[in-house]
Ligand binder design. Structure first.
Ligand code: SF4
Ligand code: SF4
Length: 433
């Protein structure tokens, strides 16, 4: 609807053209209709107040840098399945669109692929949270799914709205001891930040239990925050709820600081990004690894444990917040290439150019909203790519992704053809009991 409005406006403003009744060119009389000349800069007629207002928000200044080269459009995963991207947003802003009231505000997954190629450093990773925060503060319409997630995090400390008391239940079925430091705060070498989807989601529980077994086999002295852990808050920050992010981060930092540990290991790239890059701004600085980094640095111990063959064709999906945002592409591949019997192949879009699953920047909770704005879910597009390279297994290392891709396997009619597994599950399957 917004696009139609814009087209109408553009047509109206194109009335500022000049026609000569008669123009002779190379002896040919060109009638008025064919010699139509537009006034030099009809764009000056547009109201650019919304663009200027957006540029005035702290963090959103770089939107004004865009010079319309369109490098971003070819790499934006949303444009791949819809009509989006920084260049298009900038153009709409020039033509009077108020981003704070537009559906465009909520579609960006903050995947960072546009920033990777933008010659003018138009930074959607800062622009979108700034604009979303302003929209929330101004009482603009926020997609209902996102509002529900914010509410759940505020009340229960996790997006699912589950009781904090249930957070550590997964550990009962891990068949190994998982120290709950909230009950017994003894010193440990590794504090494992488990994360919401590992703790509460059924398939996440499988990965959490696998992780506990692998760490135990490796002889790692580890513990968790148990029921005291809260959502890392990074997705809430990127979705514009900075106050909620700060509340969650403050809680986690206070708990971290009350414990005695040498290193922190996190299950998910979003928690990794928060704890590595954002928590230090709030006074919480820790030595933190994503689990693939931690395990890939222990290959001399891990490799001899993996004695069972996993003779399947496997491909790997790079999480945006481990790869592009934090530059880690090799650790997951080091682990995968060490799996006995694995037949590993890359998808066309990999590493720096990896495709987004659609879950970042709040997208994890916007599937219904996005269905109204794009032709195909990003996770469905990715599943088709995995099938196209002949994979039997799509390996992931982000807790959001197992559920996203398993849904996409079903909705694309590929059930039974492609299994979605966390890398830690594959490792666990290769270790003799
Ligand atoms: S790549 Fe950067 S400068 Fe070029 S159109 Fe996109 S946002 Fe604008
Ligand atoms: S961050 Fe990703 S989703 Fe957002 S505009 Fe850039 S390329 Fe598109």
């Amino acid at each position: 609807m917004i696009f139609k409005t814009m087209v109408r406006k553009e047509k109206e403003q194109k009335s500022s053209y000049v026609e000569k009744d008669s123009a002779i060119v190379d002896g040919i009389d060109i009638s008025g209709h064919w010699n139509k000349m537009y006034q030099p800069r009809e764009i000056m007629n547009y109201d650019v107040t919304p663009l200027e207002d957006l540029r005035a928000l702290p963090g959103a200044e770089s939107i004004g840098n865009c010079y319309q080269c369109a490098q971003c459009i070819g790499v934006c995963p949303i444009d791949n399945v819809g009509d989006y991207g920084p260049r298009k947003i900038y153009r709409k802003l020039q033509m009077g669109m108020n981003l704070l009231e537009s559906v465009d505000l909520w579609q960006c997954t903050t995947c960072m692929n546009c920033l990777r190629v933008c010659p003018k450093e138009v930074n959607m990773i800062d622009i979108m949270p700034a604009a979303r925060e302003k929209a929330i503060l101004d009482g603009k319409e926020v997609p209902a799914e996102l509002q529900e997630m914010f509410q759940n995090c505020a009340e229960y400390g996790n997006p699912m709205g589950e009781s904090p008391r249930k957070r550590a239940r997964w550990a009962k079925k891990a068949d190994v001891e998982v120290k709950d430091l909230s009950k017994n705060p003894e010193p440990v070498d590794v504090l494992w930040f488990v994360g919401d989807y590992y703790a509460y989601h059924g398939r996440g529980n499988d990965a959490a239990q696998a992780m506990a077994r692998v760490l135990t086999k490796l002889g790692v002295n580890f513990g968790t925050l148990g029921a005291e852990e809260r959502c890392d808050g990074d997705s809430q920050r990127l979705a514009g709820e900075k106050g909620l992010y700060e509340m969650l981060a403050e809680h986690n930092i206070e708990k971290f600081n009350s414990l005695d540990f040498k290193k922190m290991v996190v299950s998910g790239p979003h928690a990794y990004n928060a704890i590595k890059n954002e928590y230090p701004k709030m006074g919480g600085t820790y030595d933190v690894d994503h689990y693939t980094q931690f395990l890939s640095a222990m290959m001399d111990k891990l490799k001899p444990l993996m004695t069972k063959e996993f003779g399947k064709k496997v491909t790997f999906h790079d999480p945006c917040y481990l790869g592009r945002h934090n530059g880690e592409y090799e650790a997951p591949r080091t682990l995968l290439n060490a799996i006995p019997g694995i037949q590993f192949s890359e998808m066309f879009r990999n590493k720096e150019q990896g495709y987004c699953c659609g879950g970042g920047g709040g997208g994890m909770w916007l599937d219904g909203f996005m269905a109204d704005n794009i032709n195909e879910r990003l996770s469905e597009n990715r599943v088709k790519e995995a099938i196209a390279v002949g994979a039997e297994v799509l390996a992931v290392c982000c807790p959001y992704e197992v559920s996203r891709f398993e849904d996409a396997v079903k909705s694309t009619g590929n059930e039974g053809k492609l299994e979605v597994l966390d890398i830690i599950e594959i490792i666990d399957r290769c270790i003799e009991e």
